[in-house]
Design a protein around this ligand. Structure first.
Ligand code: PMP
Length: 276
């Protein structure tokens, strides 16, 4: 795992962070996390498409083409001999004297990527996990995958301190998503998930689950729902890269449905596993 991508070079991993990198000082950059299964990045095109969109939304011009970036990331996975794990990649607006406004146009964005070996999460996906609830205190452009993750970090910390896998976020009464995953509920045989607007990150796993449900003939409603709806749902599950589909059996002190992974959740998980 000791090779990294630095701009367009695969090289030995070392700390090349400039203290005036805007990613470091302002969180001024965007990122992606891509799952690797059996040595192959899963849904890499979709992740790179989202990266391009995030770049556009924060007015950052990506250096080089997506096609080149794709082949560099594949080269990195091969160079590190990664079988199971993730690729982390980010593009910051570059390094320049610290002023809030964009730097002069001769400052280039900085791209870095590395890999990390990680076991598959099959056990937790099969057995389920618990979550906590917390207020969504993030900005109003959660659709952009930016480096600004402090509210997500604080929420996840609350989950971990309560032996939970995730913190499910709500704005007032409405559930948005979780600190690092999307949330689905099942009620009377239908799925509900927050619409893909500025209040959530449109997860690549979420999008794939929606497609799979289409094939399975499961009705999905991309509609908002309340905390009460969620606590009274028959099933709740979360989706994210590498976590895939994880049943949520308890939220705070409230048991969801029967307290066991539900039928529809298992069906969706099984369908997802056919992708790798
Ligand atoms: N929402 C948030 C806030 C996230 O950080 C993530 C990524 N971990 C997701 C949803 C899930 O997105 P994806 O399926 O693309 O990993």
């Amino acid at each position: 795992m000791n090779k990294m991508l630095y701009n367009n070079r695969i090289m030995e991993r070392e700390n090349l962070i400039n203290i005036e990198d805007r990613g470091y000082q302002f969180g001024d950059g965007i990122y992606e996390v891509i799952g690797v299964y059996d040595g192959k990045p899963l849904m890499l095109d979709e992740h790179l498409e989202r990266l391009e969109r995030s770049a556009g939304e924060v007015k950052l011009s990506l250096p080089g083409t997506i096609v080149d970036l794709k082949s560099k990331l594949e080269e990195l996975v091969a160079a590190n001999g990664l079988q199971e794990g993730i690729i982390y990649m980010q593009v910051s607006r570059g390094s320049a004297a610290r002023w809030h406004e964009f730097p002069a146009s001769d400052v280039s964005p900085v791209t870095v990527a590395y890999t990390r070996a990680e076991e598959r999460m099959s056990e937790i996906e099969d057995q389920g996990a618990t979550a906590v609830l917390t207020e969504d205190i993030r900005w109003l452009r959660c659709d952009i995958k930016t480096l600004n993750l402090l509210p997500n970090v604080l929420a996840k910390q609350k989950a971990v301190e309560n032996n939970a896998i995730e913190a499910i976020l709500h704005r007032g009464d409405l559930v948005t998503e979780a600190s690092a995953s999307n949330v689905f509920i099942v009620k009377d045989g239908e799925l509900f998930t927050h619409p893909a607007n500025n209040f959530i990150l449109n997860g690549i796993t979420r999008k794939k689950v929606l497609q799979l449900c289409d094939g399975l003939g499961v009705k999905v409603n991309e509609k908002t729902y309340t905390v009460k709806d969620m606590l009274e749902a028959d099933e709740v599950f979360i989706t994210a890269t590498k976590l895939d589909v994880v049943p949520i059996l308890k939220i705070d002190d409230r048991t969801i449905g029967t307290g066991e992974p539900g039928k529809m959740t298992r069906q969706v998980l099984q369908a997802f596993r056919t992708l790798y």
